[in-house]
Design a protein around this ligand. Structure first.
Ligand code: E4P
Length: 226
């Protein structure tokens, strides 16, 4: 399962790239608004930093306008993916863009029935949201597992990207369900590596190593004096 960052922040993306495990980025209008920068130039910079798909969201509501925005986004970089909302207009636009060979990520997908439509429209990625479903007491994991199973049974090529992930267990559950990609906020990404026993172990190894070096140095000094 590929790990993506759900952010438009350049520092977070650079750090993810430095770790060597970041395979892509997703963004949305709320995340872009936080950065207070011109939309497309910011997206172009992100695309140049990441070696992988960068989803850039359309904001138009009717199919013709979504397709126009999709063309603009597709020209930002070779790794730009056009993000489109799961709606009748979004499906119509996705079909047209996909037929032209433009990669589309259909977002705000919450149910297996929506995911079937997304795959039938020819989308490159479907983004089922977990956290927002959990927020309304709905079993998000069940929805994600069903989508992965349906895609496998039907042989759909559309990649399943687990989105709206709020904690490390969401990532583990997405991997077990068979998602192709998991996108997460930077804070969750950094939590993936954390374990108190790892920290304690590191401290102990470091302390033991330092003690050994000190003893060896002491021994050499005694030899010189003798
Ligand atoms: C994914 O592409 C979305 O941008 C994102 O995962 C939404 O997450 P949220 O529900 O935490 O806002």
């Amino acid at each position: 399962m590929k790990l993506f960052l759900d952010t438009a922040n350049l520092d977070e993306i650079r750090e993810g790239v430095r770790w060597g495990v970041l395979r892509g980025v997703t963004s949305n209008p709320s995340l872009v608004a936080k950065e207070e920068r011109d939309f497309l130039p910011l997206m172009k910079e992100i695309c140049s930093i990441v070696d992988g798909d960068v989803s850039i969201e359309t904001t138009a509501e009717d199919a013709d306008a979504i397709v126009r925005q999709g063309h603009e986004i597709a020209q930002v970089a070779d790794n730009a993916v056009v993000k489109v909302l799961t709606s009748p207009e979004g499906l119509a636009a996705t079909k047209r863009l996909s037929d032209e060979g433009i990669k589309v990520n259909m977002t705000l997908c919450f149910t297996p029935s929506q995911a079937i439509l997304v795959a039938e429209a020819g989308a490159y990625i479907v983004s089922p949201f977990l956290g927002r479903l959990d927020d309304i007491s709905t079993d998000s994991l069940r929805a994600l597992s069903d989508i992965c199973e349906i895609y496998a049974i039907q042989g759909y090529d559309t990649n399943v990207l687990a989105a709206s992930l709020r904690h490390p267990m969401h990532i583990v559950e997405a991997a077990l369900a068979g998602a192709d990609i998991a996108t997460m906020p930077y804070e969750v990404f950094t939590k993936l590596v954390k374990h108190p026993l790892t920290d304690i172990g590191l401290e102990r190894f470091h302390a033991d190593w330092t003690t050994l070096q000190d003893e060896l140095r002491g021994g050499l000094e005694n030899e010189k004096e003798a």
